[in-house]
Ligand binder design. Sequence first.
Ligand code: BV8
Length: 257
Amino acid sequence: MAEPDASVLDAVASALREARLVVVATGAGMSRESGIPTFRDALTGLWARFDPAELATEDAFRRAPARVFGWYLWRRKVVRAAVPHAGYDAVVALERFVPHVVVVTQNVDGLHRRAGSGRVLELHGSLERFHCLAARHAYPAEAVAEPLEDGEVEPPACPHCGSPIRPGVVWFGELLPEREVAAAWEAAARCGVMLVVGTSGLVHPAAALPRIARDAGAMVVEVNPEPSDLSSLATVVCRGPAGAVLPALVARLEGPA
Ligand code: BV8
């Protein structure tokens, strides 16, 4: 896939140089080049016949707890084996050129943190956290062993209330974590540039962030090999994969202004 036009990358690089606050808003496409399937990618194995949006609900967990819990442990295993690609390192490197960089991610894989980004807001939670269904009693992740084989895994019971333990992610129909939402919405309204990387823009309320930034006068830059629901409101579109576009941007910042 060809690299985006040099003048486009130059325009974005000069805006990044001017910015005091840059928000990097990422979705599943950011993790693709690290071998993690996106929500659009069909599921494999035991879960092949399910739509992810169906499995990622409290209702699905109540109906088939072992199937859903097994799916999340399989995803955790895949993520633990993944390595953040050069695009993640570029997001970390941005912190050397911009006073404030805030990563706002829909991803539950923890790769931004693992890559070393300083400020990461996980809007949809994390595969590395667990709590009980009834009362959200925290449950130690280390107590949830990696299954020997992929498949159904009966969730443990909460030692406090006996209700089943579930992954610390935000399921469809559930509210996002307040602190992260407040910080993300505030950063979106104050940023000079928002890099929107690897999201189809279909899931709300996260999909509202680029519009908040745009309406506040920020340059909104879409990084995605394909058009998305957000392409129309982007100021600039970089049609390419995160693993190529983000390092190309940082390379321009490292070069002479
Ligand atoms: C809520 C955690 C209040 C779990 C996830 C307004 C309008 C319509 C619907 C709604 C609305 N408001 C609320 C809703 C309902 C719903 C929603 O948005 N539904 C959608 C599907 C229509 N939202 C909710 O339920 C939210 N909660 O609103 O609560 C409420 C409460 C009660 C009743 C009403 C409201 C909660 C949403 C969070 C759900 N949890 N994840 C888990 O992971 O298992 S969502 C999950 O799916 C991800 O976190 C992510 O958010 C989403 C997947 O989307 P993307 O990340 O964009 O990925 P996708 O696969 O779609 O696209 C990948 C993109 O990458 C593509 O564009 C592709 O081209 C690109 N790409 C591919 N390769 C690369 C690349 N880009 C760059 N480089 C590459 N190499």
